[in-house]
Ligand binder design. Structure first.
Ligand SMILES: Nc1ncnc2c1ncn2[C@@H]1O[C@H](COP(=O)(O)OP(=O)(O)OP(=O)(O)O)[C@@H](O)[C@H]1O
Ligand SMILES: [Mg+2]
Length: 220
């Protein structure tokens, strides 16, 4: 499966979730390629930290940006079980290329910076992408960096669930220090010595849903 992380707004947690997903798939025994499609190179920095912290990263990292990304991912596809693509929030060329080649798009929304312009823009891009694809992409939207207790989450969730072009996944990723702490040393949240079990349960629920189309209970 080719899974691309996309967004119109920056800083919504794409890179954090992309690197956690790559490490999570590797832990499950899959052969994984992580594509850093962002010139900011967040996923590459994470992977460099990871090499220092645990040596073997468990996945292969490549940097590909711009229109080339599509062709290169097509070529790599037969060699891996799964390809995870991290794209930059503002780099539309890489995002479009990733959306043209991926099976699934993961589109995080941070509730506090949610606005209608962003969702409308996402719908517009998805409509354009679907029109030129042979097989439709599955566009998953979900809450990321969500407040642990907040009415904002519910309102945004309800708004996201009303669009037929996108598939709302009710497994939110909350704003938890564990995500940034782990990423800072090149680890996924489940690899920490004392993992934040709620953070681990959240990614398990989201990633299991994407991979298997089902979920496990979050325990939260
Ligand atoms: N669930 C979370 N809880 C707490 N902090 C988070 C979470 N997700 C991301 N962050 C932090 O928020 C910041 C932005 O996250 P990240 O780099 O993953 O976003 P992004 O969507 O990739 O941004 P960009 O559009 O610039 O590529 C980082 O400092 C990261 O550590
Ligand atoms: Mg990023």
């Amino acid at each position: 499966m080719v899974i691309s992380f996309n967004s119109i707004k920056g800083g919504v947690g794409k890179s954090t979730l992309a690197v956690n997903f790559a490490a999570w798939l590797a832990k499950e025994g899959h052969d994984v390629l992580l594509v850093d499609g962002d010139e900011q190179e967040t996923a590459s920095d994470f992977t460099a930290w990871r090499e220092q912290t645990i040596g073997n990263t468990g996945y292969t990292l490549v940097n590909m940006t711009g229109a080339n990304l599509r062709k290169q991912v097509e070529q790599m596809k037969p060699k891996y079980d799964h390809i995870v693509i991290d794209t930059g929030g503002r780099d539309t060329t890489s995002q479009r290329a990733a959306l043209s080649v991926a099976d699934v798009s993961m589109i995080p929304f941070a509730p506090r910076s949610f606005d209608l312009w962003t969702i409308n823009k996402v719908i517009e891009v998805i409509d354009e992408v679907q029109a030129i694809r042979a097989e439709p992409i599955i566009p998953y939207v979900f809450l990321s960096r969500a407040d642990i207790k907040s009415a904002d989450n519910r309102e945004v969730a309800q708004a996201l669930a009303t669009y037929e072009q996108i598939t709302y996944v009710p497994y939110a990723i909350s704003n938890r220090k564990a995500f940034s702490n782990a990423a800072g040393v090149g680890l996924a949240v489940f690899e920490m010595v004392q993992p934040d079990l709620k953070a681990v349960a959240e990614i398990n629920a989201l990633f299991n849903h994407v991979l298997h189309g089902n979920h496990i209970t979050t325990g939260a």
